[in-house]
Design a protein around this ligand. Sequence first.
Ligand SMILES: Nc1ncnc2c1ncn2[C@@H]1O[C@H](COP(=O)(O)OP(=O)(O)OP(=O)(O)O)[C@@H](O)[C@H]1O
Ligand SMILES: [Mg+2]
Length: 309
Amino acid sequence: MKQVHRLITRMGKSRFPVLILGETGTGKEVVARAIHNMEGRGPFVVIDCSSLVGPLMESELFGYVKGAFTGAHNQKLGLLDAANGGTAFFDEIGELPIDMQQKLLRVLQEKEFRAIGGTASRTSNFRIIAATNRDLSREVEEKRFRQDLFYRLNVMRLRLAPLRERPEDVPTLINHFLDRYGNGHRVPDDVMQMLVEYEWPGNVRELEHTVQQMVAMNSGPWLSLADLPSTLINRQREQDAPADACSSSSLPGLAMPGCSPASIVPLADIEKRAIMEAIQVTKGDRTMAADLLGIGRTTLYRKLKSYGV
Ligand SMILES: Nc1ncnc2c1ncn2[C@@H]1O[C@H](COP(=O)(O)OP(=O)(O)OP(=O)(O)O)[C@@H](O)[C@H]1O
Ligand SMILES: [Mg+2]
């Protein structure tokens, strides 16, 4: 993250295009905003290319003039106008349809565009930052992305590694999110080790949600293995499965990697965990939660009361 931070500082000083590559949840938007904020002026406009589809796409980007089409009662400025003086962040640029790629390229080359139905050219002075979780060079090779547009965007490039390639960042991030969401919560070594070894397919976003869930389940200060979401434990188990005979347990959701005494979770914790998850999943519907848990509603109420919930 320190390396990324240095790049952000350097890139923040110029107005050249930046291309940010990284898997989902690695922080592409966070980084784009940070680069923009280094300069600290003008708007930051997010243009979500995956939602820019169909006939609305061009009018969203370029705006339209009054009477340009049925329903265009007033003129409307486009996203590119809105980005004037600041940054246009083209998120999921790999999703941009090929005809729009052509139109965007023209805007970048000529630095001007025309609103739908308009005759006068407009200019907008924005910096472009684009992000994608696709392998854009491959998209270019396979002719799904225009090479000339790729060159235009790929002036400065920043690749955000998936969390599994930088496990050393995990404790820092965990502590960062504990500061933000926790209530003096702390992570003991065994739990931290589990979190560091986990592969985080959803990257920082998944880690953030995990911390939120864990602190919601535990009044603190020490978090325990029982607070880990069962999805994480299940995936961790699959991740370890080939090498680890212990994880072939037939009890879904209960197996922990490794078989040391330290990995055994008290039954009461597991029970509490299951109950809190059921309440969460059913958004507080206790009748449904009791059904899911296979216990009576009165039993559920009694247990919740004993937890002080
Ligand atoms: N370095 C970081 N420090 C703090 N929070 C981070 C960091 N990186 C990512 N996050 C958090 O993780 C979440 C996901 O980040 P972001 O939306 O930037 O990911 P993304 O790469 O754009 O993902 P996607 O491809 O799914 O859109 C956000 O809630 C963000 O605040
Ligand atoms: Mg994003």
